[in-house]
Write a protein that binds this ligand. Sequence first.
Ligand SMILES: N[C@@H](CCC(=O)N[C@@H](CS)C(=O)NCC(=O)O)C(=O)O
Length: 201
Amino acid sequence: MKLYVSLTSPFARKVRVGVAEKGLAERIEQIVVDPWNDDGTLTAANPLSQVPALQLDDGLALTDSNTILGWLDRAFPQPSLWPHDPQARTHAEAIAALAQTLLEYTVFLVIEGRRPAETRSAPLIERRTQGILRGVAALETRFHASTGHFHADSIGVACALAYLDFRQPQLDWRAQAPKLAEWSAWAARRASMRDTAPPPA
Ligand SMILES: N[C@@H](CCC(=O)N[C@@H](CS)C(=O)NCC(=O)O)C(=O)O
């Protein structure tokens, strides 16, 4: 199996963390590509030129971090990325979805920030920024910040907060989320998170 990643993509990081948590590092070859400047390596697996993409041994390529994590959990059920209890699972899925949209909003700010200043949409930047801050505030009260496991919701939240620190360090999310700040410091020390931290810019 081949996993196409970039070392700065938070979506790819979610999958890399999942691979590490499941102890699959030896079974999945990770290929580092630049989705914005691809020589055809990535588009052969993912015609949409996005990471992460997982090429299975039978040739089928899976795209999208959640689809890939879902497949990994079915193909290698232990340790599970989700709680067994249906109610707990629904809650975890709600949190994972919040974290995913937080990531999407943050990536939007990064992409918008790379455009010439006069072409940026100030209202949309403001809308996404406020959305991020409300999303973090919601996680502060809704996320069951456990240190007893590292399920897919935890992976998503940890990657989303770390990506905010990486790309939007001026956004002081910790001021409104002290519990999350403490948990995020714990998550950052986990081997799977330490080993997938983006390289210094
Ligand atoms: N929904 C996808 C999003 C993947 C995504 O947007 N990846 C970015 C890297 S952070 C990418 O490859 N961007 C290149 C592009 O959109 O052209 C997921 O969860 O995996």
